[in-house]
Design a protein around this ligand. Structure first.
Ligand code: XMP
Length: 512
């Protein structure tokens, strides 16, 4: 990886920590989020060009305030403290942090001194997001004030001699319109970065590293057809060719034609050794009579592992198992102290069941949008790279009640029409997840002169960034009208279509 330049981000538990890392990478500098209590030796080993302290919910003078090793200020590495990071810097270096009577929140006019290298090129007033109660009431010796607002006397400070900077506002969020330039100034004017982080160099260097690591040994990958496992598989195949075998389980719960599409891309376009296991009957018989959503999930998860294990046994011992782990999984699984924890409910737990010696995780350092860029760089088709999230238990949790072959067929057709019309209306990039649900409800309708008694399809479409919360998408009536009319006309056994207008919370995105 051509990431010789590194910015370390010390995580003090703020909610925007990952965003800071992404913004730094958007400026073409590689960044890593690390726990606030990282040791000085570790920092020296990593040899960063600069360090950023994140914000955080604590008060720096509180008993359990997270604190970094104080020696960090003497390493000679430039540091930018954001919000709590600035307050901590102040507290440790002898300034004063006080508590305001009222919290300052919102985009606020900040007066800045643009002779500071941090604000080079800025107008003297800028709107930045402030979100704090504590504030720096007097800066430490050797520092000077470089920004203020009506209610915050020290919204920015610098010590040019020691290359230490603090800002009370959040440059990483979109509400801080020019915030990215503050970060850019820190990287380029203060840390003297040259900006060598690019996806194309990531691909080349990862392929080289994988070649060195794997050599001519055998690698196995569980391919789901999702973005992460697909990009990981193609990267590894670029490095080791036919020594990679991908196992793709088609449990019959994928969307219309999805199994064939995945097979086609990986065998025809990339010439990867792919074993497609068609095991629909096996899954459906296990699901027969099961109506409880959690029971369905459990059965599918267990059966998935069992089939994978059987297939892997046929191949015998492999040296490496590919996992599509991405950076947010690494950060969220306990490295940092952020209070936002995403629930992971992927089907899997594969490593325990497969005979392998080591795991390779080629995407471990990438954010989702970087995984997508990598996918495009590798030539993976756009529709796969920008595929919306699809749950591991697949359509089984979108057929309410018992899952049967007939019901799956109805749902696949209705869902495919919905997706097609969303794409025709060019809404597919603005709606983050959209799909059809086969409710277990039958109702009376009339077609021609005939009474019908058939299923109701529900349409679900949400706009969200984190999938933890989301709002229902305001799809134009004309599009909904077309979808509804096509579904009742083209899909047998459906005589009614409804649109789910519930946000999350209180509803979840999936119906089960
Ligand atoms: P909910 O329904 O909890 O979904 O609002 C949030 C996101 O997670 C996906 N989801 C799952 N993904 N296995 C998965 O791999 C599951 O069991 C599962 N349940 C929900 C859902 O599609 C949405 O993107």
């Amino acid at each position: 990886m051509k990431n010789n330049e590194l910015i370390l981000i010390l995580d003090f538990g703020g909610q925007y920590n990952q965003l800071i890392a992404r913004r730094v990478r958007e400026c073409n500098v590689y960044s890593e989020v690390v726990p606030f209590d990282i040791s000085l030796d570790k920092i020296k080993e990593k040899n960063p060009k600069g360090i950023i302290f994140t914000g955080g919910p604590a008060s720096c003078y509180g008993d359990d305030a997270p604190k970094c090793d104080e020696g960090i200020f003497d390493l000679g590495i430039p540091i930018l403290g954001i919000c709590y990071g600035m307050q901590l810097m102040t507290n440790v270096l002898g300034g004063t942090v006080s508590r305001a009577e009222k919290r300052e929140y919102g985009t606020t006019d900040v007066d800045i001194d643009n002779s500071s290298p941090l604000f080079k090129g800025f107008d003297s007033k800028n709107g930045f997001l402030m979100s704090h109660t504590d504030f720096v009431s007097s800066v430490p010796d050797g520092f000077r004030n470089i920004a203020y607002t009506d209610s915050c006397p020290n919204a920015g400070m610098e010590n040019l001699e020691r290359n230490l900077f603090g800002i009370q506002f959040h440059p990483e969020v979109n509400n801080s319109v020019n915030g990215i330039f503050v970060i850019r100034n820190f990287l380029y004017n203060i840390c003297n970065c040259s900006g060598d982080w690019q996806i194309s160099s990531f691909v080349d260097e990862t392929v080289n590293k994988l070649k060195d690591k794997i050599g001519d040994k055998k690698v196995l990958c569980a391919l789901s057809g999702g973005v992460d496992s697909s990009v990981a598989a193609v990267l590894v195949s670029k490095a080791v060719g036919k020594n990679l075998t991908c196992i793709f389980l088609d449990h019959g719960l994928l969307r219309k034609n999805e199994g064939d599409e995945v097979e086609k891309i990986f065998t025809e376009q990339f010439d990867i050794n792919l074993i497609r296991v068609n095991c629909k009957e096996r899954f459906l018989s296990k699901l027969s009579g099961v109506v409880d959503p959690e029971a369905k999930r459990k059965i599918i998860g267990e059966e998935f592992i069992r089939v994978f294990e059987e297939e892997a046994k046929k191949i015998g011992t492999v040296d490496f198992l590919v996992q599509g782990t991405i950076y947010p999984d690494v950060i969220e699984s306990g490295l940092g102290k952020s209070s936002v924890i995403k629930s992971h409910h992927n089907v899997g737990g594969l490593p325990d069941y497969v005979d392998f010696k080591e795991i390779v995780e080629p995407l471990r350092s990438l954010f989702k949008d970087e995984v997508r860029k990598t996918g495009l760089e590798l030539g993976i088709p756009e529709n796969l790279v920008f595929r919306q999230p699809f749950p591991g238990p697949g359509l089984a949790i979108r057929v309410i009640g018992e899952v049967t072959d007939d019901k799956l067929d109805i749902l696949k057709e209705a869902d495919s029409i919905f997706r097609e019309e969303i794409a025709n209306a060019e809404l597919h990039k603005s709606i983050n997840q959209y799909f059809a649900v086969l409710t277990n409800l039958k109702s009376v309708g009339v077609m021609g002169d005939e009474r019908t008694y058939d299923y109701t399809i529900a349409l679900r479409a949400v706009e969200t960034t984190d999938f933890m919360t989301g709002v229902w998408s305001k799809i134009p009536y004309s599009v909904l009208e077309k979808v509804s009319s096509r579904i009742v006309n083209e899909v047998k056994h459906v005589n009614r279509v409804v649109y789910d207008i519930t946000s999350k919370p209180p509803a979840t995105i999936e119906w089960e």
